[in-house]
Design a protein around this ligand. Structure first.
Ligand SMILES: [Fe+2]
Ligand SMILES: [Fe+2]
Length: 135
């Protein structure tokens, strides 16, 4: 069973954003698969985790640039959500680099946060994007 399936609720109907979200889901699944191996490979886990942190950060910037370009009124609150996640993910990566293991609890946190953020916080910009002809 796929750890984090791609579902209709995650699909916003904005091609570029959906593609990026899909990649985030795929990286989360990769991280799960690495952690689930009988003998988890620390280097591979580090690579995927680093990729996930990097890609998430880049994705947030893409959204925030669109918000700025179109004066999205919810920008500060949305950006605060992004920043909160970025610091948690960075902390996770730093602790991993200091020798700690990535736990399944941490993985669940990443998944839950992404699902909630995409389904609620990202979805909330859809009517605005539609009004601006972006979606
Ligand atoms: Fe997003
Ligand atoms: Fe977002």
């Amino acid at each position: 069973m796929t750890f984090m399936p791609w579902t209709r609720e995650l699909e916003l109907g904005v091609a570029e954003i959906d593609r990026q979200h899909q990649w985030l889901v795929q990286l989360t699944n990769q991280l799960h698969d690495e952690l689930s191996r009988p003998e988890p490979r620390r280097e591979a886990i580090g690579d995927v985790l680093e990729g996930l942190v990097d890609y998430t950060h880049n994705h947030f910037i893409v959204e925030e640039v669109l918000f700025q370009q179109h004066d999205y009124p919810e920008t500060p609150a949305h950006k605060a959500e992004h920043d909160g996640f970025t610091s948690k993910a960075m902390e996770l990566l730093m602790r991993f680099e200091m020798g700690e293991e990535i736990t399944f609890e941490a993985l669940d946190f990443l998944k839950e946060w992404l699902v909630l953020h995409i389904c609620k916080v990202d979805r909330a910009y859809l009517p605005f994007f539609q009004a601006k002809g972006l979606a």
